[in-house]
Write a protein that binds this ligand. Structure first.
Ligand SMILES: [Zn+2]
Length: 135
C-alpha cells in the first residue's frame, strides 16, 4: 500500500513483492503531472504547468500506447487544458499514468521471465541517477 513511484515499484519487485495498491498515479495526474520513463525526464515526471511545454507538440511519451499519446494529444494541448482547469486534461494524464505503470510492470515481468531483471533495474537507475545529476 502506498508504493506507486517507478523506483519504489522496482525495488519492491526486486524484494519479491508482486502486488501494489497506491493512489500516486491518479493523484499526480490530478495535480497536472505525467509519469514518464527516466529516459524522458530525470524526475520521472512532467509538470504540465511548466512553460517549457507551451509549444511542445510531442506526445507525453513517444513510445506510449495510452489513449492520450496514441491519439496525438500533445504536451502543449494538455498543458493548455491543465492551465484552463479543464477536467479533460487531468483525465488524459490519468489515462497515461495508469498505462505507464501497467507497461512498466509488464516490462519488469518480461525481464524476470527472460532472466535479465538485474540489467533492467540497473538500466532504470542509471537513467534515473544520470537525470538527477543534470537537474
Ligand atoms: Zn501515454
Amino acid at each position: 500500500m502506498g508504493v506507486g513511484t517507478a523506483d519504489h515499484l522496482l525495488e519492491g519487485v526486486m524484494r519479491g513483492v508482486d502486488m501494489f495498491d497506491c493512489v500516486f498515479a491518479t493523484r499526480v495526474a490530478r495535480n497536472g503531472m505525467a509519469m514518464v520513463s527516466p529516459k524522458t525526464a530525470a524526475s520521472c515526471r512532467l509538470v504540465m504547468k511548466n512553460s517549457c511545454y507551451t509549444e511542445d507538440f510531442s506526445p507525453l511519451e513517444n513510445d506510449c500506447d495510452c489513449y492520450a499519446c496514441k491519439n496525438n494529444f500533445t504536451r502543449a494541448y494538455i498543458r493548455h487544458l491543465v492551465r484552463a482547469e479543464e477536467i479533460f486534461g487531468l483525465r488524459l494524464l490519468t489515462l497515461h499514468n495508469l498505462r505507464y505503470l501497467q507497461k512498466f510492470m509488464a516490462d519488469m515481468r518480461a525481464a524476470i521471465l527472460e532472466d535479465r531483471f538485474s540489467d533492467f533495474r540497473a538500466d532504470f537507475f542509471n537513467s534515473y541517477e544520470r537525470g538527477l545529476k543534470i537537474e
